[in-house]
Structure formats: C-alpha cells, structure tokens
Design a protein around this ligand. Structure first.
Ligand code: SF4
Length: 312
C-alpha cells in the first residue's frame, strides 16, 4: 500500500486544482473504537491494527523517521497542501504523540511550498487548550481540521451510526477551531443503514445545511461503501443494506452546492470496499464520469452536460 503520494484535487476555497501530499500515518487507532467498538460504517481499525501491531503507539522518533521518509518520496513534486489520515484523531495524544503533532505543524510552517495542512479528529479533542498549542506551531500557514459529524440528526448519528457525539460538542469544536483562525471541515454520511434511500438523501441535505449554518468551511459527502468486518458488512451479507445509488449522490450535490463547498469523498479505501455506490444498471459509467469531473471542478453543470435530458 502506498502511504505517501501526491494527488491533484480541486480546492473549492481557492477555486483551483492543487497538488496535495496524502500521508497515511500509523496512529495508535481510534480511541472511540477501542472503547466502544466504533462507528457502524468504519473499517479504519483493521488497517490501523495491521500497521501498529494491535494499536500500539509508536514513540515520537519513529513517527518522525516515517514522516521524513514519506516526505522524501514526494519532495520533488513540490506539494501545496498536506493531508494526514491516521485512521482516528490526529489531535488525540493517545493516537499521535503531542510532540509529533507539533513537529509536523512546524514542518509545514517552515516549508517553502506547503501552504496548508488538513488533519482529522473527533470533535472532543479540538479543545481550546490544544488549539492554543497549535496556534504558534502553524502560524502564517493554514490548518484545517476535519470533524466527522455524519448526520445532524441525533438519533441517526448516535443510535444508528454509534458516533457518540453530542451536537454541542461538535458546535463548540467548530466555534473554537474558527476562533483560532483555523478552518473547519465536516464529513456528512450518505446513507446510514437505518434510513431508506429517500430518507438518506434528505438526511444528508439537512446535515449539510446544518454544517454551513454552524460556520463549517467545507463539507465532504462520505458515501457509504461496505468494508469487510464492519457491522455494515454483516447487514450487507444479510441483504439488509445496499450502498446509495450514484443518482442519490448527484441529488444531494444538486440540492446543496449553493449552501457552500461540498466535496464527494472517494469510494475507495483500505481495506478495499466489497460494495460501493451504484445505480445497479448501465448508467453507472456515465454517472461515475460525471462525479469524477465534479470532483475536479466543483461545477454542477457537469451533471447536465453528461446526461442530456436531466438527472432523474
Ligand atoms: S468513524 Fe472515526 S470516530 Fe468512528 S470509529 Fe471510525 S475513526 Fe473512530
């Protein structure tokens, strides 16, 4: 598996394609997963456990060795942004040592071409104390913190998806993040297994509206796919769950793109999905091409151009 590479993504805040360094760091694994068995749709723990001998926290120097080795693989391509995925919360000291978190921020601060770093975290770790430590370490460059909200509906988020996240915790994290001059990003999930297709589309639209009402800068629509060993996999095997259709994804984007920048998350991950979004008919290729183009432009016109007669 390639854990350090460059891709090109559309940055809706800058309205252009940017060269992004994607780095997968072997954090000790999501604390929420360790405490509770994790969120219904999440398969991160499997890769995390594989690369950390069962969720072990490596010392700072190991992280930095890996980090500089990873950097040597992409250095020549002069990345503009860095995104770190650690299968949990970058801001949690039990998952990534604090010293490592700050060293990486300082690296970006001093770097000649990197302008921004994005990291993921559960909302409860974005405390004023933590953000106060981050502020001088990244000052002058941009930091974006991505929070998994999944759904604005409390029942869906906590009962169905088992997220264990209060709205107040999310709203405070966003407020604090913004008050330190950082950007806030949210993941919204399409489709939770407890909702039918129509309900899931409406839930995603309402959740995206809620995110922008709460001052989130960008949203990414995480479209359900099935990974081996997750609770979703068990439902899928029993015929009780199907990922959303590609039509539903387009409907959500068309309904929300005026609220603020909405990305469409990748349908690939580690471990590789066993089932992913599909119309289950011969329109898949056309829709996939349209979605691919949307990811590179954030222009909803790509849906009209590629599908004369409109989207049903
Ligand atoms: S979705 Fe996030 S919070 Fe939930 S188990 Fe996975 S890594 Fe942890």
């Amino acid at each position: 598996m390639n854990f350090s590479f460059i891709d090109e993504v559309f940055d809706p805040l800058q309205k252009k394609l940017v060269k992004r360094w994607v780095l997968e760091l072997p954090g000790a694994g999501c604390e929420w997963y360790k405490k509770t068995g994790g969120c219904t749709m999440c398969g991160f723990n499997q890769s995390t456990y594989k690369f950390t001998f069962g969720g072990h926290l490596y010392p700072h120097f190991i992280f930095m060795l890996l980090f500089y080795y990873a950097y040597s693989l992409v250095k020549k391509q002069k990345p503009e942004q860095l995104v770190i995925y650690n299968g949990g919360s970058f801001l949690s000291d039990k998952e990534i040592p604090l010293k490592t978190q700050l060293a990486i921020l300082r690296f970006v601060k001093k770097h000649p071409t990197l302008q921004k770093i994005m990291v993921e975290s559960r909302a409860e770790f974005a405390t004023p104390e933590k953000l106060r430590q981050y502020h001088p370490a990244i000052f002058g460059k941009k930091l974006e913190i991505a929070f998994g909200l999944e759904s604005a509906n409390n029942e869906v988020r906590n009962k169905c998806l088992k997220k264990g996240l209060g709205r107040e915790v999310f709203e405070n994290a966003v407020k604090d993040t913004k008050s330190f001059g950082f950007q806030a990003f949210a993941y919204v999930f399409l489709k939770p297994h407890c909702l039918n297709e129509e309900e899931a589309v409406n839930d995603a639209i309402n959740s995206i509206r809620y995110c922008f009402d709460k001052d989130i800068d960008e949203v990414s629509l995480s479209c359900a796919f099935v990974q081996k060993g997750t609770p979703l996999h068990a439902l899928y095997q029993r015929g009780e769950f199907q990922p959303p259709t590609l039509r539903s994804i387009v409907r959500v984007i068309e309904a929300t793109h005026l609220f603020g920048p909405v990305r469409i998350g990748s349908f690939d991950d580690e471990p590789p999905p066993l089932a992913k979004p599909s119309n289950n008919d011969d329109t898949d290729l056309l829709y996939e091409q349209a979605i691919h183009l949307y990811r590179r432009t954030h222009d909803v016109k790509v849906f009209e151009i590629l599908m004369p007669g409109g989207i049903d």
